[in-house]
Design a protein around this ligand. Sequence first.
Ligand SMILES: NC(=O)c1ccc[n+]([C@@H]2O[C@H](COP(=O)([O-])OP(=O)(O)OC[C@H]3O[C@@H](n4cnc5c(N)ncnc54)[C@H](O)[C@@H]3O)[C@@H](O)[C@H]2O)c1
Length: 270
Amino acid sequence: MANDLLRGKKGIIFGALDPNSIAWKVAQRAHEEGAQFVLTNAPVALRMGAINELGEATNSEIIPADATNMEDLENLFTKSQEILGGKLDFVLHSIGMSPNVRKKRHYTDLNYDFYHKTLDISAMSFHRVLQTAMKLDAMNEWGSMLALTYIAAQRTFPDYNDMSDAKALLESITRTFGYQYGSAKKVRVNTISQSPTPTTAGTGVKGFNAFINYAEKMSPLGNASAADCADYCITMFSDLTKMVTMQNLFHDGGFSFTGVSQEVMERFED
Ligand SMILES: NC(=O)c1ccc[n+]([C@@H]2O[C@H](COP(=O)([O-])OP(=O)(O)OC[C@H]3O[C@@H](n4cnc5c(N)ncnc54)[C@H](O)[C@@H]3O)[C@@H](O)[C@H]2O)c1
């Protein structure tokens, strides 16, 4: 259902890899709500080609950018403003990757080059995006910049590995930069903490099936899907959430505030 919530708004969407990606659903919903945007992903991800289909369906141009490369980001923000004809109103950072998770390194046996990469790609990249946007004065007042995170930033989920540290840093950058950007330019910065979701990044986490099933049983509303997450992102880009900034917003069917559910309790009865 479209309500023209983003009519006239312009933005950049990072991280649509394939139709399962959360960013893919956000792009579809943003298009339905009347937004115009540029799609971007790392050059290596673009070579897979699926994003061209999304570009055609949403009438969007695609600009490659490695989110750890400042020149790529400057080029992205400059060209996006040229293509869209002005400053931007929203940015989605939907990026995560851990070489330690990929190579199955245990948290007590991390490779530190990999660890640097995890933090750079999954957290520092948001600082890079924010800093680039601010230096180029690329955002309109009341613009909304959003990143996706996971509750492993607050509570330990053993197999989430060094991504837990990356998410804690990502959420801290959101508060710290959010203060600066809000006071200087009235731009808002938030994270959405999403339920486990079956995507390429999600299913890369060891024991993902147990993870998602457990969360489903522990959430009074059940797990939030990628499409539900896209709906929430749209509200965060809209003027209806104008005074929300520096927040970590749980979008998880109630998981984050449930101590234990009846269903999980019953599994432990004698
Ligand atoms: N899937 C889940 O269970 C879940 C839960 C909570 C939060 N999240 C977060 O949602 C976000 C999106 O992930 P997803 O689940 O849609 O998976 P996904 O694999 O579809 O998306 C991850 C994206 O990051 C991109 N990326 C990796 N390295 C990059 C780089 N150097 N520069 C630019 N882009 C790069 C990938 O190409 C990919 O498009 C991530 O931040 C993830 O941690 C996912």
